[in-house]
Design a protein around this ligand. Structure first.
Ligand code: ADP
Ligand code: ASP
Ligand code: MG
Length: 405
């Protein structure tokens, strides 16, 4: 008898029929003699709808109240899933994040899990129940409801699998697994049988929405292998696990695109020591994550500095940068929101050369202009025009032969 954690995302529980389908899947596992803890997301569109509602009553909603509101999405689904299981004659109990023992820090809307004491989960499993846990939520040490950042149900599932020492963790979603690129954008994308934590982490942080990046970080840290698979069929999915020797033979594992970036340009910055430190220290002081940075060659003692931030952080970044730029005597700060970051990821890049050259060639052949470049050991990213993103993704996918197994 194994203990299996199964997570079902928004589309998989998107309507009553799908919830009944999820219940039937859980029941099959239960009938095969296994214990099941199911983590469920809000029905698709519900979290977005709640955020919209909040903004209609307050343009800058309080984050504590936001968490109280957002947590209701998952709370609806746990009750409905438990009811669907009960309709099949299956013993099932729903638990909120707090009831499942998930304690977080106090950073509302993007809380980190501090610890999990799943006493109640163990008791209910021992009594023969399927336990349905609300994803994406916990409570801080004072008992206030917190949420774990968008896509956070993935994190709930992986953290619970670690805390419960589960034998298996399965992430059920609306695609068959992790693909070489988003199958909605690249028609010839190929499903991967396996991928290393590091590659999955890069793809997720660089825009592949299939897994929340923090959940992959957690899985890597606590060595929780998991599979990503479809809730609509029985295909085997993709195994995400520790890297093996053989994995390095593949140069590029996958491609992702992030359309949520914005570029800020500060023209005519005096070119002298300490200027960059001043700008980026100010951004760090307000916890702003800066991604790519480019400083142009100096002409007559002046240079241009450009950098990217998440679109959500753009207003905050401008607010910090503008007074400093003014004080330095730089030109007017400008921003560009119609950009995209295209990234190639693969641990094989450590031992292969020429990847950048091939990527640039593929982009050139398709008249895609490169605005910024950054590389690390296992990835290369370029900033391009948002309008070119899907074309560039398809071009790079073809250039590296990713569709062919
Ligand atoms: P869930 O609601 O189950 O959490 P998400 O919508 O968060 O599902 O993630 C699944 C989606 O991720 C897919 O529908 C797909 O369009 C997208 N996606 C992006 N990149 C990839 C990729 N490399 N492989 C698979 N899916 C991807
Ligand atoms: N419902 C939350 C969201 O839409 C969490 C999740 O689905 O994982 O972000
Ligand atoms: Mg998701």
């Amino acid at each position: 008898m194994a203990l299996i954690v199964k997570k079902f995302g928004g589309t998989s529980v998107g309507n009553p029929e799908r919830i009944r389908n999820v219940a039937a899947r859980i029941q099959r596992t239960r009938e095969a003699g296994h214990h099941v803890v199911a983590v469920v997301s809000a029905m698709s569109g519900v979290t977005d709808g709640l955020i919209k509602l909040a903004r209609e009553v307050n343009s800058n909603p309080n984050e504590r109240e936001m968490d109280v509101l957002l947590a209701t999405g998952e709370q609806t689904t746990i009750a409905l899933t438990a009811m669907a299981l009960q309709a099949l004659g299956q013993k099932a109990v729903s638990l909120t994040g707090a009831q499942a023992g998930i304690v977080t820090d106090g950073v509302h809307t993007k809380a980190k899990i501090a610890n999990i004491t799943p006493k109640r989960v163990h008791e209910l499993l021992a009594a023969g129940h399927v336990v349905i846990v609300a994803g994406f939520q916990g409570a801080n040490s004072e008992g206030a409801i917190t949420t774990l950042g968008r896509g956070g149900s993935d994190l709930t599932a992986i953290a619970l699998a670690a805390a419960l020492k589960a034998d298996l963790c399965e992430i059920y979603t609306d695609v068959d697994g992790v693909y070489t690129a988003d199958p909605r954008i690249v028609k010839g994308a190929r499903k991967l049988d396996e991928i290393s934590y590091d590659e999955m982490l890069e793809l997720a942080s660089l825009g592949a929405k299939v897994m929340q990046s923090r959940s992959v970080e957690f899985a890597k840290k606590f060595k929780v292998p998991f599979s990503v698979r479809s809730s609509m069929n029985d295909n085997p999915g993709t195994l995400v696990k520790e890297e093996t020797r053989k994995m390095e033979d593949v140069v590029i594992r996958g491609i992702s695109v992030d359309k949520n970036q914005a570029k800020i340009n500060i023209p005519k910055v005096p070119d002298r020591p300490g200027i960059a430190a001043r700008l980026f220290k100010a951004l760090a002081a307000v916890h702003l994550n800066v991604d790519m940075i480019v400083q142009n060659a100096s002409t007559e003692g002046f240079t241009d500095i450009s950098f990217t931030v998440g679109k959500d952080d753009l207003a905050k970044a401008r607010h910090v940068i503008e007074p400093i730029a003014k004080e330095m005597g730089a030109g007017a700060v400008a921003d560009y929101q119609k950009i995209a970051k295209l990234s190639l990821v693969g641990i094989g890049m450590r031992s292969h050369s020429g990847v950048a050259a091939d990527l640039f060639e593929a982009l050139a052949e398709n008249q895609v202009n490169i605005q910024m470049i950054s590389t690390s050991e296992i990835k290369i990213s370029v900033i391009i025009d948002a309008a070119d993103a899907d074309r560039a993704m398809n071009a790079a996918h073809a250039k590296f032969g990713l569709g062919i197994s």
